[in-house]
Design a binder for this molecule. Structure first.
Ligand code: NAD
Length: 266
């Protein structure tokens, strides 16, 4: 069975990749396009959105690249308006943006705390606020929020802002799922575990825990019950399934994509 999205419009926030290779947002955008959807790739960094657009177009798909910062309500509103002007509907909303905001409760500054909340939580609130009216009018829509297994258990107290915002994102997702199910709208979250994406090589505090990149990869692989980290395609393929009509009765689910890690850590 293939989970086709022909004729659907997918709006992805954080659709670039934060480094060379495949991050979760870029892979999701390309996977939606490969399944037949027209993609709108939004990113804070327009160069990253442009890269996603060119990959999709080279494969014969359709993609519009837009610049928007999810901490800025006006930029979100403009991106949604441009999507509606181009396609007149939004079938799939994929919220991929998430920053780590390293620091424990004492170390994390108030402004960094506010920034991680603005990015990981208020950003999704604002995006949904602007996209939901179109979905309500259409009487259909799928929202997929990218959370983390850090929303379920505290793997690191040095990630207080991240842990708290991802836990909040889970409940925002459940509340959306309950609130709009009778309007034909589904909302689910994907909870990636330890993934081998460009992001892990860019977080200085993460890298500093290990003597080399190879040591970090070995340590992260060893923590997974499978003996290997996942990758961005594991998240992207789950998102395509959740967006498809085959998942039409799946609503309010927090789906770990973690090789079983959360069965061990809770
Ligand atoms: N990589 C992992 O191991 C892992 C594990 C668990 C959860 N996640 C979640 O996956 C998501 C990100 O995936 P990734 O780590 O592969 O990164 P990614 O490579 O998908 O990059 C995220 C993109 O978001 C963009 N972005 C950042 N701030 C933004 C803002 N304010 N407005 C608009 N765009 C912005 C960046 O420019 C980048 O292109 C996050 O929600 C993260 O919490 C990742």
């Amino acid at each position: 069975m293939t989970f086709r999205l022909d004729g659907k419009v997918a709006l992805i926030f954080g659709a670039g990749s934060c480094g060379p290779g495949w991050g979760n947002g870029k892979a999701a955008a390309v996977a939606y396009a490969r399944a037949g959807a027209s993609v709108v790739a939004v990113d804070l960094d327009i160069g990253r959105a442009d890269e996603t657009q060119s990959i999709i177009e080279q494969e014969g798909g359709s993609c519009l690249a837009l610049k928007a910062d999810v901490t800025q309500a006006g930029e979100i509103k403009a991106a949604v308006a441009k999507t509606m002007a181009a396609h007149s509907k939004i079938d799939i909303l994929h919220n991929n943006v998430g920053i780590d905001g390293m620091g424990n409760l004492i170390e994390l500054s108030e402004s960094d705390w506010n920034h991680v909340i603005a990015t990981n939580l208020t950003g999704v609130f604002l995006i949904c606020k602007h996209v939901l009216p179109a979905m309500i009018q259409q009487k259909s829509g799928v929202i997929t929020n990218i959370s983390s297994v850090a929303s379920l258990s505290v793997r690191s107290a040095e990630l207080i802002g991240y842990n708290v915002t991802k836990a909040g994102l889970n409940h925002l997702t459940r509340t959306l799922a309950v609130g709009y199910a009778n309007k034909g709208i589904r909302a689910n979250a994907i909870l990636p575990g330890l993934m081998n994406t460009p992001m892990i090589y860019q977080v200085r505090e993460l890298m500093m825990q290990y003597e080399s990149e190879e040591a970090m990869v070995r340590a992260r692989d060893a923590q997974s019950p499978t003996g290997k980290m996942g990758d961005a395609w594991d998240v992207a393929n789950a998102a395509v399934f959740l967006a498809s009509d085959e998942a039409k009765y799946i609503n309010g689910v927090m789906l770990p994509v973690d090789g079983g890690l959360s069965c061990v850590t809770g």
